[in-house]
Design a protein around this ligand. Structure first.
Ligand SMILES: [Zn+2]
Ligand SMILES: [Zn+2]
Length: 285
């Protein structure tokens, strides 16, 4: 299994890209403006982590990113983050943040620890037909958005795993992939999956469903919309799941997770055609 080197976390680039796409796509302005508030908070939080860590080893000794959560450095900034969502978030998210904020430290610790241990994976782990309730994006949003820089920071300090885990899940934190990313290599592109939580990428086969493992070419299709020529919608007829792949060979300036947020019309297309994303993005589209 090959990994990209650490150091890919680049909040200033995400912020600049969100500003550019908000200007380019009026339909995405509202969602990206909200994202900008979040990303600026995440940037500041991420930059403070090395100091907050205070010389303790960052990488978990057992190699599992989700093994421990260092609550003492999280509660105060989490309170500030909830206040931010309360002020800048769309109605339902603002109300959810406000509810959690007034409950205080203990409830915050429970929310963060619950998400850190379980993540979003309960929603899809045994497929769409398992009958397991889908994690409510409204409930998980504050913890997911807040802990993302923290997860990125820890993931960046970890060595690549020695044994390959199931390639459809993040080898660092076992979360589902958010996106495919096609990166220029040689004359073509090499495909990676990007984790929906810690944003690490791992190499993946081009012709393989990242949800059910289907590898028959006739069951796998690629669609693109004229508006977003650098975003491939890779669908699987066997499990009816869809992976958005950001093709950096077509637009080298794209920042995958930000371009994904801006591509709102693609969600409508997927819904109309009966495809479900393997994992929704931070803002639930
Ligand atoms: Zn991960
Ligand atoms: Zn499939």
């Amino acid at each position: 299994m090959s990994f990209l080197s650490a150091g890919r976390v680049n909040y200033p680039a995400r912020i600049a890209r969100a500003e550019l796409l908000a200007a380019r796509h009026p339909f995405a302005r509202e969602i990206l403006t909200f994202y900008l508030h979040i990303a600026k908070f995440q940037k500041e939080f991420y930059e403070r982590l090395p100091k907050a860590w205070d010389k303790r080893p960052v990488a978990p000794a057992n190699g599992n990113l989700r093994s421990e959560l260092h609550l003492p450095i999280l509660l105060e900034p989490f309170g500030r983050f909830l206040s931010l969502i309360e002020v800048c978030g769309p109605g339902p998210l603002a109300a959810q943040a406000q509810r959690l904020k007034v409950q205080g430290d203990e409830a915050w610790a429970n929310a963060l620890e619950g998400f850190w241990k379980a993540g979003l994976q309960e929603s899809m782990c045994s497929g769409a037909h398992s009958g397991t309730p889908v994690a409510d994006p409204l409930i998980t949003f504050p913890s997911r958005a807040f802990l993302q820089p923290y997860a990125e920071f820890i993931a960046g300090s970890m060595l690549p795993p020695v044994t390959a885990m199931t390639v459809c899940r993040c080898p660092r934190c076992n979360s589902l992939p958010l996106l495919g990313v096609m990166r220029p290599e040689g004359d073509g592109g090499k495909k990676y999956l990007q984790c929906s939580f810690c944003a690490q990428e791992w190499a993946f086969l081009r012709i393989l469903c990242a949800h059910c493992g289907e590898d028959r070419e006739q069951k796998l299709c690629v669609h693109t919309a004229e508006q977003f020529p650098h975003i491939r919608m890779e669908t699987c007829e066997t499990c009816k799941h869809l992976l958005r792949t950001i093709d950096l060979t077509k637009d080298g300036n794209a920042i995958p997770m930000v371009d994904d947020l801006a591509a709102i019309p693609l969600a409508l297309w997927a819904e109309q055609h009966g495809y479900q994303r393997i994992q929704q993005n931070l803002l639930g589209t």
